[in-house]
Write a protein that binds this ligand. Sequence first.
Ligand SMILES: [Zn+2]
Length: 377
Amino acid sequence: MNKRYVLFFLLLITIVLPALSQTPECPSQTYVLEHPYSVEKITPPKGHKIKNVILMIGDGMSLMHVYSAWTANRGKLWLDNCQYVGLSKTYCANKLITDSGAGGTALSSGYKTNYHSVGVDTNGKPLKSLCTLAQEKGKSSGIAVTCRLWDATPADFCCHNVDRDKEMDIVADYVNCGIDYAFGGGAAYFENRPDGRDLFKELQSKGYQTPRTWADVEKIKSGKVFAIPYSKDTPVPAVRGDLLARASIKGLDLLNQNKKGFFMMIEGSQLDDYGHSNDLDMLMQETHDFDKTIGEVMKWAAKDGETLVVVTADHETGGLTLVDGNLKKGEIVCKFSTHEHSGVMVPVYAFGPGSENFSGIYENTEIFWKIKKLLKL
Ligand SMILES: [Zn+2]
């Protein structure tokens, strides 16, 4: 054999092939929470009566997100006040790895549906959400999110479409969904629509107040509210501050005027976005903002005494892994394994009366059926 061929084969075997077979190492990111926040111990209420349920969804939040956020905050989270913990299996009807459309529909309506569907079953038939069922029993219902309202999670609770990308059609469903309080972004598709409809005017004709600034939301003391102060998503946590907590508590105070009780869904919407973009810094900012909102909501629920708080996720996003860090310094070193969602059971935390029902391992749909039973819907 020619010497050059021998050299070529030697090169191929010793350098080229091993290099090709190796998975490229994904880079790690380091994050330090400069100013840790304080966390209090909240005593859960002693009674067993359940008048209200608050379902809090961290979009794309897995145990890894929670543990990373816990480490960065020097070993404390408001979430740690929860009394019971379970695990939820998130796969959807036609895919192992779900999206927010199908993942949220399982939570809002109790059925596994197809990937990218919102509020409909696998045949495209509209499903009744916990919001609708609460209304049918004379209770109030509401939602507070940091994303645009046509995004999948809020839409899962109020809208019906086989395709989450039919955004114009999805937002139009809000006019007839009957909820008592909505806070979020997405004003852009409520007005100046290609079909000529002005959804703000339509909501007003149905008796809704439609404040467009937080200052105007604050002035409202009673009645039905559709508060959409932002054109698309709400600003980043550093700009919006504790807006999600404020908007949530405002909703709770308004809904609580109904003596029969209420159901409310609160979402930390943008954990998912920064999981997709593999941005650890922003992901932790959103996770901590969601945790602080959980703290405010838990304090409200503990004072009320008849409110169950359930905190969960619809799926994991980013394949987040904590690979190193320092608990004392609040430093975390993480890697992401994907820009998409990943397949893992997500945690379910519960606080307040009825929380014992949420321990165990179950399908995501069970969260709906448990809440439905406990609220007697
Ligand atoms: Zn999601």
